[in-house]
Structure formats: C-alpha cells, structure tokens
Design a protein around this ligand. Structure first.
Ligand code: PBG
Length: 338
C-alpha cells in the first residue's frame, strides 16, 4: 500500500542529515547578528555637561556634547560602528512653530556631528531628521492654521535641515516625519549643497503610529501638544499603506529604508525585503519595545540577553540587515561572550 503519493521520493531528513555536523549546522543558520548590524540612538541636548537618566528608558541617558564624546569613546573601543543622533533642545525659547533650532549651527546635533566625526573618523554618524523635537506644537512638520500639516513648507524645511546636517559632516540623514515628498526634496537639497556624494538617505518608510514611542517622547520631550500623528504615521492594520509608502520612498530616491517598530511588524519587514530587495533594510526596535523587554526581564519572565537575541534574530529572519537598538551597548558585550 502506498502511504503517500510521494512514496518514490527520497526520504526527507531535515533535522538529521543536514543538521548533524557542526559545519553543516552552521550552513543552516542564515544571517547572524554582528556588531555592525547595530545602530545606536543617542539623545544629545543643548546643555553641554548634561548626563541625565531617562526614567522610562532603562540604561539610557540624555547627554550634552561634553559628556557624549567620552561615553562614545568607550563604545567605539568595543566595536561600535554606527550611531543615530536625536537633538533635544531644553533651553527656554528653543522651540518655535517652524522648528528653527533643528539646524542651529550651535545646536546639539550639528555640534555633536562635528565632534563625533573629529574624534572617531570611521564611526558612521546618522542624523534623525524631524521637526517634532524643535516645534512648540510638537508635530513633525510646519502646520496650517487649522492644525494640519503644511506639506510644501514642511518638506522645504525638512530638506534644509537635512542639508545642513550633511554639510556639518554626517554620513546619513534619516527623515522620520513620513510626509509625502520629503525624500525627493532632501535628495535635491543634498545635490544643491554639493554633499549628495557623501551623505546617504535612509528614510523611515514604514513607520506606524502607536503606543510604542512613549519613552522616546520622554527622552526627547517631543510629545505633540495637541492631537496625534495619525495623519502622517500609518495605522497598525495598514499593510497596504506601508507597501505604498516604501514604494513612494524608493521612487523618490531613498538609499535605504527603515521599518518601525520591529516586534509585531515582521510581516512589514518581509514586505520590505521583497519591495526594497536591492536596498539595505533597517528596523527600529523602538523605545517602548526596549522598555517592555527590560520590564519583563526584571520580573523574571525571561532572561534579558536571551530575549534581546530572540527579538533581533526575528528581525534578521524577516529580512532586515540593520537594527537601530537601545540594546547596542549590551550587544557589543554579548557578542564578545558568545
Ligand atoms: C520622530 C521620531 C520618533 C522616534 C524616532 N523618530 C518619535 C515619534 O514618532 O513620535 C521614536 C523612536 C523610539 O520610540 O524609540 N522624530
């Protein structure tokens, strides 16, 4: 009697023959985490000597330009390859309707870029480009009178900020506002400023609105003063919208794309791997995810190192090759232990 219609096919041996020798076991493992997989977010304030813990973001501090450099030095010595900067203006009056302080030549981001590149020439320095940290209303663009986004004004301003960061010497600008047209405008502004050949654009293409950004907003002081970001960030059921936003950014000339958040969004990363298969794909393991894993580890739900590997491996498996993560300093140690 035939058991299956494939009776004549060779017997399968998925987990024995192909998995028994240590070498062939290695061959089956797929992509693995390395130190250069990680991009580390840094919050840089306009108080030069600041070093403040952030209650909702364990092990993370907001620093000024003077305390930043010695801190980063220790990480570069351990193998840190890339950082992404977020500016935090704390001085009274630093925020206005147009986010003027975002690209202030004496502001924290431009100062930090210059100092980091001077002290660590081979460190890859990225700048998050957004207005929400710098606007008094806390939204990511310039607003119309009715409180909605003024698109032409917003993308003009965002492109100018990106060009000024690139002129200061950063290696990559990462627009996180999600507003239509900003990638193309940034590309043109970089060409105009004659820095397009040395600054890449990595756009947040599939960025979902949701509850995972709370600790970041505490760290960056960027909670919207009214309303929310639902008109320019994606709804969590919007898989089709995410696919369209990725195609939009590719058409506008982005060099790499970011999916954000990471946990719960593996399907979107897999879509990115298909739609943007010729570009590097990064995931942002955002503040709320990081804080959640820490909180659960603290309650002995699981071990922090094991769960961090599990979370990051899932992003690689889904198709990402880069991970923006607050766990980066931990991974620089953990990857040496393994
Ligand atoms: C916006 C921006 C945010 C994050 C990165 N860029 C906040 C937001 O969209 O509200 C969040 C990152 C995190 O939560 O770790 N400029």
């Amino acid at each position: 009697m035939k058991y299956t219609e494939y009776e004549d096919a060779p017997p399968t041996s998925v987990l024995s023959g192909s998995y028994s020798h240590p070498v062939s076991r290695q061959w089956q493992l797929g992509k693995r985490l390395t130190k250069s997989t990680f991009i580390y977010p840094l919050f840089v304030s306009d108080i030069p000597d600041e070093e403040t813990t952030i209650d909702s973001l364990p092990e993370m501090k907001r620093r000024g330009v003077n305390t930043l450099i010695p801190y980063v030095k220790g990480l570069v010595e351990k193998g840190l390859t890339a950082v992404i900067l977020f500016g935090v203006p704390l001085a009274p009056g630093a925020k206005d309707a147009e986010g003027t302080s975002a690209d202030d030549a004496k502001g924290p981001v431009i100062q930090a870029v210059k100092l980091l590149k001077k002290n660590f020439p081979s460190l890859f320095v990225m700048c998050d480009v957004c207005l929400c940290e710098y606007t008094d209303h806390g939204h990511c663009g310039v607003l119309l009178e009715d409180g909605s986004i003024n698109r032409p004004r917003s993308i003009q301003r965002i492109a100018a900020v990106a060009a000024n960061y690139a002129k200061a010497g950063c290696d990559c600008v990462a627009p996180s506002d999600m507003i239509d047209g900003r990638v193309g405008a940034i590309k043109h502004a970089l060409i105009e400023a004659e820095v397009a050949h040395k600054c890449m654009v990595m756009s947040y293409s599939a960025k979902f609105a949701g509850p995972f950004y709370g600790p970041f907003r505490e760290a960056a002081g960027s909670a919207p003063a009214f309303g929310d970001r639902r008109c320019y960030q994606l709804p969590s059921t919007g898989r089709g919208l995410a696919r369209r936003a990725m195609k939009r950014d590719i058409n506008e000339g982005t060099d790499a794309i970011i999916v954000k958040p990471s946990i719960f969004f593996g399907d979107i990363v897999a879509d990115a791997a298909e739609i943007a298969r010729d570009l590097p794909i990064a995931v942002y393991q955002v503040s709320g995810e990081y804080a959640m894993l820490h909180a659960a580890a603290e309650k002995n739900v699981f071990d922090l190192k094991q769960i961090a590997f599990e979370a990051c491996n899932s992003s690689l498996r889904a198709g990402a090759s880069l991970i923006i993560s607050y766990f980066t300093p931990r991974f620089l140690d953990w990857l040496d232990e393994n």
